[in-house]
Design a protein around this ligand. Structure first.
Ligand code: IPT
Length: 962
């Protein structure tokens, strides 16, 4: 049986050979983006292709009203035709390569266009598609141009004599599923459509064909060597770089003194490539990449990746990103100290790489190739190990390399992601090396590393990474000589990732560890009328992977999540340390190339969280990798009753391309005095009411039977008691595909989400009230003996609580503290402690101690799937709803207008209905976060072990206005 083009393993027919991409030249170009006519069919062959005939009129032949409109670039499933589907590793169709299902949504696209009046009459033209998922067949004015696969790769067709001044009809039939889908099993939504630009390009006589800019830098001589090659058979031209006085023929090499390009110092030189028929503006960055002494070096110096994996995503437009969105990503990254991007798992829109050149980001450019779903069948039939597919693989490699080879930012080519191993990958590697020896090769999936220049892993835990850093890893000898990166780590799904600081410490300690790329940049939540953001399953997919698609450092709308704020702090390129009491500060320059002259250092001195003095800190010039010590000014007079600290900041001294002057790059807080003394109110005696139902202690009323606090200063307080439950985070829930139970499932097995409180005694003494309880889940003999001691001076109320575990607790506790409800307390919140955002034991690097003000609703972190969030750590005091709580135990503090149980039950944020009561948690201890949604769990030092130590906690309640 002969297979039709879409089920054929071949990459396609009719397209021109791939060539370098450039945004614009002086040759005419016509964007065909905009509104196209569109018709969707349920199968690939149900409709005939008469729509592509010359003179076809969709309206005249549209008795059934099949033809609507669609925006190009775009995905039809995000424009009301069909629905998106999400799977991670599994193919959403049977594995029978290269065959695909009969049910194969097929979008017919029609674009009618006239040439502009000034469109040149000479020369030729090509039609360029920058991205179509997953397979397209193209006709112009009734003549078939060809077909192609390779969704995130460009394809050009010569349109020859077919163009006419008016009434051109471009017809494109797109199949959602094709043989190419087997090569595109990335963990993301399946989003068919013409999702990148379509452009008609005039090709004048003597225009530029392909060109390859070679711009190397020799750090020993400080010179750059430039040569721009044009294939021999093509028209040659000249290259002019006015700033460098360069004017050479193509193919000619010239060496001059230059400033090099690095991600930290993205120096680009404007240049022009001119042939008799065309001028193309270029931006040239000189740099040399190599592995030397087992290290990745750029311009002779080792680099450290502070990277992210970036999928292209927009909550309404899917992978059809506009320039503003790409720029927003780059600016956000630069502002958060990120210096590298892995373009997981396909070449991005080409304009994104221009931005990386301009603003300075190292790029690992990854080919559009993943066959992960074959793992489910033991890699049987894996296309990368089947010679029939090799032409398609080579085509993909060539389309990436040829398109992107002129970017200074691209320093590593990646063969693809999660394809297992196979001869096809080796063929790709060989082709790439032969074509471009100036960059490194990456592929994570082959443990032999035979085809690669770096040893790369994903989600290796800290201990293993440390072994690799020490060179104590097992494995082939060749691999042990390679530099190491984590191409994915710190899975940013939901609350987290925890453990970033510990990874960074390893990267900074061992030369061989050259950093990593957090998984991943953005949550792929799709804007949805009911759910706010939809994830897998929300469109009724029969097979899906739920909210695993929401695992980014920014929320779908690109608001930074706490994980990004944490990452920014952890990877700051300047480390400020010191001794607040001694007044000394050590500044370490962690840049790989830059000095510190772009930064201005300041100090401030805070008393009880409020700045009382500030000034400029003079820091001498420190080269990359070096450190210096500076003295802080003499501190203001000592105040024994106050908590005092220094805050030192390094901010941009001038506006840069990516952030304004004053933008904080790095900071540290250096405590001076900390010794909070909690008042111990006492003296008021408890009084029972006549009916014996109530006990009054100062301004507090208790239930005499249960010992519960009912009201304080006349304000109702609900259910104040020990609390250990948290709505499990995605990291608590672990990896669904792993056999071992997650910590959240152990918590549920042990009943920590349904603890019962048995009241054993309620005793009044002259000093106050003591309530003894045993807190335990059904069906278990594990328990927490809990005692509450209440005293008061009439106005203030002191709670001293102690918790003693019973039994041998085999699981860590989620949290340990109290919770209570305050009816009518929504609104303003103030606290002195860590802020402004949330922090957990292993995600607290970015938490600044100060006095903060917010609002209950604003303190909720909007994780797409609701889960534990919003805790502010190390709280000295907090005020909410007219109540002030103080504690010397630096508890974490959470306020929300729903209970933990409601948070736990919610699938989407829209399931949460704010109530009148504000539920407050004060935790003496919390279990860490970890990154077990894909990776290692909570490090031992952040686990909250219940056994064997008893815990105690004190806090004082008082009344404030509000
Ligand atoms: C790894 C994938 O490379 C990536 O695409 C994504 O799915 C990530 O995991 C998890 O979000 S593969 C995994 C099996 C380690």
């Amino acid at each position: 049986m002969e297979l039709s083009h879409h089920e054929d393993v071949s990459p396609g027919t009719g397209a021109l050979p791939p060539r370098a991409w450039y945004a614009a030249s002086d040759a005419a170009a016509l964007s065909l983006n905009g509104h196209w006519r569109f018709r969707l069919s349920p199968t690939a062959d149900a409709e005939d292709d008469s729509f592509a005939a010359d003179g076809y009129d969709p309206d005249a032949s549209d008795a059934e009203g099949a033809w609507g409109e669609i925006a190009v670039p775009g995905h039809w499933v995000l424009q009301g035709h069909g629905a998106p589907q999400y799977t991670n590793q599994l193919y959403p169709f049977p594995l029978d390569p290269p065959r695909v299902p009969t049910e194969n949504p097929t979008g017919d696209h029609l674009r009618l266009f006239d040439l502009p009046a000034d469109w040149p009459r000479d020369g030729a033209a090509v039609l360029r598609f920058d991205g179509v998922e997953s397979c397209a067949r193209v006709w112009l004015n009734g003549t078939e141009l060809g077909d192609f696969k390779g969704s995130r790769l460009p394809h050009e067709f010569a349109v020859g004599e077919l163009l006419r001044p008016e009434g051109n009809v471009l017809a494109v039939r797109v199949h959602q599923w094709s043989a190419g889908s087997y090569l595109e099993d990335q963990d993301q939504w399946w989003l068919p459509g013409i999702f990148r630009d379509v452009t008609l390009l005039h090709r004048p006589e003597g225009c530029v064909g392909d060109f390859f800019v070679h711009a190397a830098y020799d750090h020993r001589t400080g010179t750059g060597t430039l040569r721009v090659d044009i294939p021999e058979a093509d028209v040659q031209g000249r290259v002019v770089v006015p700033e460098l006085g360069i004017d050479v023929a193509t193919g000619e090499e010239v060496t001059v003194t230059v400033e090099p390009w690095t991600a930290e110092t993205p120096r680009l030189y404007d240049a022009t490539l001119a042939t008799p028929g065309e001028r193309i503006p270029l931006r040239v960055g000189f740099r040399t990449v190599a592995v030397e002494d087992g290290l990745i070096k750029v311009n002779g110096r080792p680099i450290l990746f502070r990277g992210v994996n970036r999928h292209e995503f927009h909550p309404r437009r899917g992978r059809a990103l506009d320039l503003e969105t790409m720029r927003a990503d780059v600016l956000l990254m630069k502002r958060h100290n990120i210096n590298a991007v892995r373009t997981s798992h396909y070449p991005p829109h080409p304009a994104f790489l221009d931005l990386c050149d301009e603003f300075g980001l190292w790029v690992v450019d990854e080919c559009d190739l993943e066959t992960h779903g074959f793992q489910a069948v033991g890699w049987r039939g894996n296309p990368v190990d089947d010679d029939r597919w090799t032409p398609a693989l080579l085509d993909r490699a060539a389309r990436m390399v040829e398109r992107d080879k002129n970017h200074a930012s691209v320093i590593v080519w990646s063969l693809g992601n999660e394809c297992g191993t196979g001869r096809g990958l080796t063929a790709m590697a060989e082709w790439i090396r032969a074509r471009d020896g100036s960059r490194l090769l990456h592929y994570e999936g082959d443990a032999s590393c035979e085809d690669t220049d770096v040893y790369s892993r994903m989600y290796a835990d800290h201990a293993e990474v440390e072994r690799i850093g020490r060179g104590e890893d097992e494995g082939p000898k060749e691999r042990r000589r390679l530099p190491f990166i984590l191409c994915e780590y710190a899975h940013a799904m939901g609350n987290g990732p925890g453990g970033l600081s510990e990874y960074q410490r390893l990267f900074e300690t061992y030369d061989r560890l050259q950093g990593g790329f957090v998984w991943e940049w953005i949550d792929h939540g799709i804007a949805h009328p009911t759910y706010e953001y939809a994830y897998g399953g929300d469109f009724g997919e029969e097979l899906h992977d739920g909210n695993f698609v929401c695992d980014g450092l920014v929320f779908p709308d690109r608001t930074p999540s706490p994980g990004l704020v944490e990452y920014k702090k952890v990877v700051e390129p300047v480390r400020i340390e010191g001794d607040g009491r001694a007044g000394t500060v050590t500044v370490t320059n962690l840049h790989d190339f830059a000095g510190l002259s772009h930064l201005a250092f300041t100090w401030s001195y805070e008393k009880d969280g409020t700045t009382v003095a500030d000034g400029v800190l003079t820091v001498p010039q420190v080269g990359p990798g070096e450190r210096t010590e500076v003295k802080l000014p003499p501190p203001p007079p000592r105040d024994p009753d106050a908590e005092t600290q220094w805050t030192v900041r390094a901010s941009l001294a001038e506006d840069t391309a990516w952030a304004p002057k004053g933008h904080v790059v790095a900071w540290a807080q250096l405590p001076v005095e900390y010794g909070m003394v909690l008042p111990v109110p006492g003296g008021a005696a408890p009084v029972r009411d006549a009916a014996g139902r109530r006990i009054t202690l100062g301004a507090a009323d208790f239930d005499a039977r249960t010992g519960s606090l009912l009201a304080f200063h006349g304000r109702e307080v609900r259910e104040l008691r020990l609390d250990v439950w948290r709505a499990p985070t995605d990291n608590d829930n672990g990896m669904p595909w792993r056999p071992e139970p997650s910590v959240a499932s152990l918590w549920r097995t042990h009943g920590l989400h349904r603890m019962r409180h048995r009241v054993d005694s309620v005793e009044t003494t002259g000093e106050g009230l003591t309530v003894r309880t045993r807190v335990a889940p059904a069906a278990s003999d594990l328990a927490l003996r809990t005692e509450y001691h209440w005293t008061s001076d009439g106005g203030k109320l002191l709670l001293r609580m102690s918790v003693t575990p019973e039994g041998d607790w085999p699981v860590p506790l989620p949290r340990l503290g109290i919770r209570f409800g305050l009816p009518g307390a929504a609104g303003r919140v103030r606290w002195f402690g860590g802020g402004p955002g949330e922090a957990y034991p292993d995600t607290a690097a970015a938490s600044l101690i100060g006095v903060w003000e917010s609002d209950v609703d604003a303190m909720q972190t909007p994780y797409v799937r609701p889960q534990e969030n919003g805790a502010r750590p190390a709280v000295r005091w907090a005020e909410v709803g007219g109540l002030r709580v103080e504690s010397d135990g630096a508890p974490a503090f959470t306020v929300r207008r729903w209970t933990t149980e409601q948070l736990d039950a919610a699938r989407h944020r829209t399931d949460l209905t704010p109530g009148d009561t504000v539920w407050v948690n004060l935790d003496i201890a919390r279990h860490g976060i970890g990154t077990q949604s894909c990776g290692p769990g909570v490090l031992p030092q952040y686990e909250l072990r219940a056994t064997p130590r008893p815990s105690s906690f004190s806090c004082v309640f008082s009344r404030v206005d509000g």
